[in-house]
Write a protein that binds this ligand. Structure first.
Ligand SMILES: CCCCCCCC/C=C\C=C\CC(=O)SCCNC(=O)CCNC(=O)[C@H](O)C(C)(C)COP(=O)(O)OP(=O)(O)OC[C@H]1O[C@@H](n2cnc3c(N)ncnc32)[C@H](O)[C@@H]1OP(=O)(O)O
Length: 719
């Protein structure tokens, strides 16, 4: 797990060997300790160079070990003895040096990095801090401002930036091991104390307090309720105020609290859930590792509205050539302007050349004849989409995939109008599509495994987090969202205000409450969908709209707002009031409070006091309850996929893992009891009835989330 090589020069090479990322598992740490002791015993060895197998230094501590009982040499002690060693220690960084990997390098006396290497301390993203001396050594190298930024965000930096910050001593375009050996030979014999970061005094300066205050305010604003970023600031502050040994004590105390916290468990679960999502499977047994995706180079995007623009930008940024099609010249022109500007801005920001040569704009379907795959992003209307699909079949080559960016329409129904049902899949992007990371890849009953593989691979290439899901109304994300939205509306009917509901959700950790999100997206969008689906029609009394539709409770509040022209931010009025149309600052609107009071009076509803706890329980548990139904229906391959969808598409707070993980942490029997309670009070809301799977899991002793798969009949995933 760590290979010791005695070179002809007076140098020993220690190669970390634990593919794919050379994580510092217990075996690797033992290997390092043994190898270092071998080097120290060999009088001929004057210097040691550390490197990683396959030109990958190290992805840090082995995250899988954190859930068990940790054994093997502790990282802190190991790094300390490397730093204290009387022989010269040099890190040769290629690939990545992250977390404990970078902390190991910081324990070395010199660091050399290849130009392509990336370095960082991402522990905060896993719910803790760089607990192997990283919070104390890094500030002693870079000063506290840079250290605070790197440690509280977990941002990865390039070798060049690391050089500027003083984190590495040398950057090479060639082989970092070779360069490290040359450096070692040139400094052997020089005093090592000045190179031992732990011997440097605290990095105090007069503005430490104000710098830390600013950092604290920033992290509190960015990561609502997450503990780790706050602890990171406290640890770095200790590096500024205290001698190394005291600073290390502070680091350890903070680490002890964070390491076994529920937030750390949630964040580590999210790390693996995200990676598992790429390991898709279909009910017929096809999977990520037994299905080949063919290459895609040219993509057609149909429709240059908000979604089409974002999709085109994502594709071009990833180096794909794109033919972007609109139905009339005016729309094409405005789409062209917007996409061009977005791409130019992005290229400018990243300091790269403009990729506009990859983009062609078209008005005729014939210009799509050579593309490998088409993504349709026209208006959400089944008949319109069907027309587009059948027109496409007249011009596309036989093997070209047709993908739809529908957010919930039936993919099978669309596929039926084509001559290639096996090549039709959903690619459900989230707005804005060039920013949001999530992509639901929706397989229909006839979609071939290859088509799914192509869509998943294309999504990955454009840097999306892709989740394969089955075909049902709303797929996974929007199917669950509907119930979350319904509950929030019912809470308004029963006595809450939009700001009360939003505040509870934001305190829970959502970046934005549901009513603010609705105002941002535009209330008219859902209004149009409800009209198209028959929920709103000429038979509905606009003044006294019924609260009962299609056999269940219905809340007409959003429709009534739309009738008043309150479409959200774009009209300056929605659930909130805005200074002007398009402005972003949401203010409580007294008119809405009166409107809600009148509404309750009109329908004879006695307002209740709604607690934040009730808001969270009804919203979050409803999401999880529907998640269980989705699992039973075989629409998602496992709870992790559902959680990934909510983390990357719906702003669920990452430190709470996702709705399914949250349910598992709260306790399934508690969730069941609460759902039974709310269903008893609201028998007219069938979705509040606990799902069969939730009941079964509780009856079977509430197994941990990792074991739910064994209890679900329809599940096809065999991760
Ligand atoms: C009570 C108190 C006790 C306290 C004692 C504890 C003391 C601990 C002291 C110090 C702790 C140090 C903390 C750390 O070092 S935490 C780890 C920090 N590192 C990271 O967060 C890096 C995570 N990994 C990545 O960002 C990426 O994987 C990257 C390395 C950039 C490679 O990316 P990519 O090429 O895209 O590949 P994948 O992400 O798909 O990963 C490939 C597979 O490798 C697995 N993996 C990656 N990193 C780790 C890791 N650190 N540990 C274990 N496994 C890892 C990943 O899951 C993939 O696996 P699979 O192919 O099976 O899906």
């Amino acid at each position: 797990m760590a290979r010791y090589t005695r070179l002809t020069e007076p140098i020993a090479l220690i190669t970390l060997n634990n593919p794919p990322v050379n994580a510092l598992s217990s075996a690797v740490r033992s290997g390092i300790v043994d190898s270092v002791s071998q080097a120290l015993k060999d009088d001929q060895v004057k210097a040691v160079v550390f490197c990683g197998e396959n030109r990958m230094f190290s992805g840090g501590a082995d995250i899988k070990e954190f859930s068990g009982s940790m054994s093997g040499p502790p990282l802190v002690r190991m790094i300390h003895s490397i730093e204290a060693s009387e022989k010269l220690m040099v890190a040769a960084i290629e690939g990545v040096a992250l977390g404990g990997g970078l902390e190991l390098a910081l324990g070395c006396h010199y660091r050399v990095a290849n130009t392509k290497a990336r370095l960082g301390l991402p522990e905060v993203t896993l719910g803790f801090l760089p607990g192997a001396g990283g919070t104390q050594r890094l500030p002693r190298l870079t000063g506290i401002t840079a250290a605070l930024e790197l440690i509280t965000t977990g941002r990865q930096i390039s070798a060049q930036e690391a050089l500027q910050l003083g984190i590495v001593d040398q950057v090479t375009e060639g082989n970092a091991v070779q360069a490290a050996m040359e450096l070692a030979l040139s400094v052997i014999g020089q005093p090592l104390n000045p190179r031992r970061l732990s011997l440097r005094p605290p990095v105090w300066s007069a503005d430490v307090d104000s710098v830390c205050e600013v950092a604290l305010a920033r992290v509190k604003q960015h990561s609502r309720g997450a503990m780790a970023p706050v602890a990171c600031v406290q640890a770095v502050r200790a590096a500024a105020m205290l001698p190394y040994s005291k600073g290390m004590e502070k680091e350890r105390q903070l680490m002890d609290t964070l390491f076994r916290s529920s937030q750390a468990r949630a964040l580590q679960y999210a790390f693996f859930a995200q990676r598992n999502a790429g390991k898709w499977s279909l009910p017929n047994g096809a999977r990520w590792n037994n299905t080949k995706a063919r290459d895609v180079q040219r993509v057609g995007v149909i429709g240059l509205g908000t979604m089409g623009r974002g999709i085109a930008v994502s594709l071009v940024k990833a180096g794909l050539s794109v033919v972007a099609l609109e139905s009339d010249a005016k729309q094409l022109e405005s789409g062209k302007k917007a996409v061009t500007a977005m791409l130019q801005r992005d290229a400018q920001r990243r300091g790269v050349g403009s990729p506009l040569h990859l983009l062609t704009f078209a008005l005729s379907f014939h210009q799509l004849k050579d593309v490998d795959l088409v993504i349709e992003a026209v208006f959400e209307d089944m008949n319109l989409k069907k027309r587009v699909f059948s027109d496409l079949c007249k011009v596309l080559r036989a093997g070209t995939l047709i993908c739809t960016n529908t957010s919930g329409l039936n993919v099978d129904e669309l596929a039926k109008v084509t001559d290639r049902q096996h090549l039709v899949v959903g690619m459900h992007f989230f707005a804005p599509a060039h920013v949001m990371k999530l992509l639901e890849v929706v397989y229909g009953s006839r979609s071939s495994p290859e088509a799914v593989a192509v869509a998943m691979a294309l999504g990955k290439r454009i840097q999306k987090v892709c989740v394969a899901v089955g075909n049902c109304p709303g797929f996974v994300g929007n199917r669950m969202l509907k119930l979350y939205m319904d509950q929030s509306l019912y809470l308004l009917e029963e006595g809450a205000t939009p700001e009360q509901v939003d505040q509870a959700l934001e305190e829970f950790g959502f970046a934005m409450g549901i009513f603010k999100v609705a105002d941002l997206s535009g209330l008219d969008v859902g209004w149009r969908v409800r009209k198209a689906s028959g929920l709103i029609g000429p038979d509905i009394d606009p003044v006294n709209p019924s609260r009962w539709r299609l056999g269940q409770r219905y809340c007409p509040l959003p429709d009534m707002l739309c009738q008043q022209g309150r479409f959200g931010q774009k009209t300056g009025r929605g659930w909130y009031l805005y200074n002007s149309p398009g402005s972003k600052e949401a203010k409580p609107d007294p008119e809405i409070l009166n409107f809600l009071e009148d509404y309750r009076l009109k329908y004879g509803i006695t307002p209740q006091r709604i607690s934040s706890q009730e808001v969270i329980e009804r919203c979050a548990f409803s999401l999880a309850n529907e998640g269980f139904r989705i699992l039973e229906d075989g629409i998602a391959a496992g709870p992790e996929d559902i959680d990934v969808i909510y983390l990357f598409g719906y702003g669920w707070p990452r430190h709470r893992g996702g709705p399914m993980f949250y349910a598992s942490q709260v306790g399934l029997s508690v969730v069941l009891e609460k759902m039974e309670h709310y269903h008893r009070i609201h028998p007219d809301v069938p979705s509040l009835e606990p799902s069969r799977l939730l009941r079964r899991l509780v009856a079977e002793g509430s197994p941990p989330i990792q074991q739910w798969r064994n209890h679900i009949k329809n599940l096809h995933s065999q991760l």
